[in-house]
Design a protein around this ligand. Structure first.
Ligand code: SF4
Ligand code: SF4
Ligand code: FES
Length: 319
């Protein structure tokens, strides 16, 4: 047994204007999960400590919270893997959500974005033709299994820096779940779904990989790349900056073996978009004043053919 101090975020939107913290000492085996430690504190010390949970086995997705600065499932996190040298475990609600009571947060923005996906199959053909079952080959199903493991815990959403600066961004879980229907051979709304998730700022994802910390290994970041590829192959919103930027990056690297930043700005903003180019001109002037202006014309690096071979082998779309 060990004495573990739970340093707990406390806030009740019904009565508090600012949060405070409580320290609760529990006498438990140090391999106890953070969730069970909280259960212990609630049962033995303070019944008002609030948090969501159900399965206690990483299945229901209810218990995501921030433990010592890292967001994840409390029921999958043993205290001895996170407590500091003083035996303290600091517990907070998930970031990117408005706290309701202690670790319970308002999940509405997360669910709203999920609901916008229409997260159910929409086959094009009449149901009468498939009255009993719709068969899917093992290969086609294999593509969906990983995403189907998502338990909607919102850990990835809480970790996403783009959500924190632009709450309109769909977020990693919603885009990964959009992939689940976009790539389902039984669904008939592929292009409409891609258009929908593109309108929900698919291209804002900065590929920082913060959301790769997913307790069910869904790897939303990789699925976002897949959805962006699908958007380009279906020619959805090709006049937007996101796809233009991605295609120009690949084009310049294929041409020279390097990122040609001057070309990248023109390709992203639009070569004939005079107003857009004027808007980025001050940035160019500031870079020039610091001697950082990239060259307008770039010579290919030696062995650029090897770079081109790599790009061709990846089968990435090129402008
Ligand atoms: S993708 Fe992973 S982290 Fe995100 S909601 Fe699903 S299970 Fe949770
Ligand atoms: S990879 Fe994209 S979706 Fe994932 S955390 Fe980073 S910005 Fe957010
Ligand atoms: S309690 Fe269900 S995932 Fe943690």
């Amino acid at each position: 047994m060990a004495k573990i101090t739970l340093d707990i975020f406390r806030f009740d939107e019904a009565v508090d204007t600012v949060p405070h913290r409580d320290k609760v000492v529990v006498d438990i085996p140090e391999t106890t999960t953070v969730l069970d430690a909280l259960e212990h504190a609630k049962a033995e010390v303070d019944g008002s400590i609030s948090f969501r949970r159900s399965c206690r086995s990483a299945i229901c997705g209810s218990c995501s919270m921030n433990v010592n600065g890292i967001t994840g499932l409390a029921c999958k996190t043993p205290c001895n893997t996170v407590m500091d040298e003083t035996g303290t475990v600091k517990i907070d609600p998930m970031p990117n959500f408005q706290p309701m009571k202690d670790m319970v947060v308002h999940m509405d923005p997360f669910w709203d974005k999920y609901t916008r996906l229409k997260p159910y199959l929409q086959p094009k053909d009449a149901d009468s033709a498939h009255a009993t079952e719709r068969r899917v080959s093992p290969d086609d199903m294999h593509k969906l299994v990983q995403v189907a493991n998502c338990i909607m815990c919102a850990t990835c959403y809480a970790l996403c820096p783009v959500v924190s600066v632009d709450p309109a961004f769909a977020g990693p879980a919603a885009i990964a779940y959009a992939y689940r229907f976009i790539e389902d051979v039984r669904d008939g709304e592929r292009k409409e779904r891609i258009a929908q998730i593109s309108e929900d700022y698919l291209w804002l994802c900065a590929h920082c990989y913060a959301c790769s910390y997913c307790p069910k290994h869904v790897d939303p970041n990789d699925r976002i790349i897949d959805v962006k590829r699908a958007a380009i192959s279906e020619r959805v919103m090709m006049n937007e900056r996101g796809p233009r930027h991605a295609l120009t990056v690949v084009k310049t690297i294929k041409q020279t073996g390097m990122l040609a930043e001057t070309e990248l700005i023109q390709g992203t903003v639009g070569r004939f978009n005079i107003i857009g180019l004027l808007k980025v001109a001050p940035l160019g002037l500031r870079m020039a004043s610091k001697g950082k202006l990239p060259p307008i014309f770039m010579k290919p690096i030696p062995k650029v053919d090897e770079v081109r071979t790599i790009i061709d082998s990846l089968e990435v779309p090129v402008a």
